[in-house]
Write a new protein. Sequence first.
Length: 261
Amino acid sequence: MSCYHARLLEAVDIDPDARVLDIGCGTGQTTRAAARAASGGDALGVDISAPMLERARRLTNLEGLANARFECGDAQVHPLPAERFTIGLSRFGTMFFADPSAAFANIARALRPDARFVQLVWQDGSRQEWRAAVQLALTDELGAPSIPAADSAFSLADPAKVHAILSGAGFVDVQLAEVCEPVYYGADGASALHAIRSLRITSEPLRDLGRVSQFSGAHAGVNDCTGQQDAAEVGQGVFVVAGRDAAPLLEPVEAALDGVS
Ligand SMILES: C[S@@+](CC[C@H](N)C(=O)[O-])C[C@H]1O[C@@H](n2cnc3c(N)ncnc32)[C@H](O)[C@@H]1O
């Protein structure tokens, strides 16, 4: 995620006094980065996973970051303070809502009227090299596994749907900007395999077939796409930028995407 991470931070363009809300923050890498940039402000990470937040808090304490904190909750209903945050962001944390309209309305309420919201989501699964690589590895191992049809990782891949959901939730000036970057799964084959196995598109077919151990044969394939710039799988993401008022929003994103083919 490091390439996407850098792009996202450039696009979000956090000022020192920002109050940042990070949705689906996971283990808090983006929340900590936001807190560092907002040295006179603060950052709140929200995630539904308590174990991830435990790790996020541990890493934050280790770093001694006093202005980053975390709350465990479902972004669809979590009671966020009204109009507190000047920047909302999310790195691949907004695609998993059962009720996206409720979630984005809840997020919009927490943002100040002049706030900006920048989220990074995946484009359609058919455009992802990394997804094809996983499918190929599974097929080699198991025949023709069925990858979950409605993979929620791609639930915000349709621009028209994104426009409709965000506008309905109270956002204005919704804009999208494409970004393609390599996706690395780990520093070595073992950690890459661990990461790959945790993906839903991998774990579900393997679980259904009861053949988790057999997937180790895909290790070689995973090795091929780790730690090597040339062999990295490419992901196609998109920045979705929206505001609470009609101010121009896309300039920092366009600057961040300079040089991206
Ligand atoms: C793909 S991970 C991204 C994590 C993090 N943003 C990152 O880039 O490392 C998606 C995250 O969204 C969280 N999530 C899923 N549904 C959620 C919800 N309804 N409310 C809050 N967080 C949610 C998951 O627990 C997970 O940590």
